[in-house]
Design a protein around this ligand. Sequence first.
Ligand code: WAQ
Ligand code: MG
Length: 293
Amino acid sequence: MSEDDSVTDTAPRHTVDAFSVRMRASAGDDHVSGAETIVARDTAGEPSPSAAVSKEIASAAESMVQRALQHPRGDPDDVTVTVERLSSLPRRIDALPVVTLDVDGETRRVARELLSRAGVTDDALTRGFDTIRSDTAKRGAALVDAADGSRLDPTPTKGVRVTHIGTSSAGRDALDAALAAQDVASPETVREAVVLSTTVARAPGTRAELCWSDDPDYDTGYVATSDAYYRLPALKPDGVTDGGRAIFVDSDAPVDETIEHLENQPVLIDGASGAEKLSPATLFGDRRGPFWT
Ligand code: WAQ
Ligand code: MG
């Protein structure tokens, strides 16, 4: 063994070659925008971080700063980017199937039906809609008890933010291909929402999620369940500019575990599960019911 080899052998080794890159932007005490991704090395055996990983981290950070400075919600006073090596290997899972619902004027009713079929009571889903509508944008999601509609997150002015999420390059390509096949107009926005909602759907204790964007110009929202990510055109109520997220949680779930998973478990979306367009009548399979058209 040469001297050079022995130097290489004693160089510090890191067990996890994956980094969380995240951004938050604020104006005074107000949250303006945030973003998060994971940059992971797909091939083993190179020095860490490899040149490719360093470059990808720098480019992710740069585009997050640009996004923060150009966000339609306004100019931030403070933009913070964090680059942090993950302390545990990310959980690798496939994205939820993406279903774009062909709805016209009955969007709210379809959203309520999807949530109800996922086990969210009427009271709880009404509370979810009200929470998103009335909150000025904050950094995280509201946790709502799926049975009685009570608010479960300890700091409702902030909500719970899912921060250690991203895609592998294979996952990203697969998801982008699935979205391109459906002619999705804003693939980056949808990809990020699918990554987040998949993480939420696969976390312990969650039943469903309801979301529309806080971007004033973006009115497609979604309901996600353990079955799929359902896109709902024009879900945002009229005259509402802010958006938000409500995550419906099982009443008997240990909520601390759910929050811990959402905030700290690194998740890498590693593959897609397809995308399709459906009418509510086809989805609900009820030709005589309220969604027959
Ligand atoms: N964790 C928890 N909550 C979050 C996170 C996160 N990582 N990111 C955003 N939120 C919450 C926060 O309250 C925001 O104000 C709110 O969600 C909306 O965030 O298929 O862009 O980034 O076409 O504006 C839906 C795409 C896009 C629908 C949603 O959300 C489609 C979107 P935004
Ligand atoms: Mg946004």
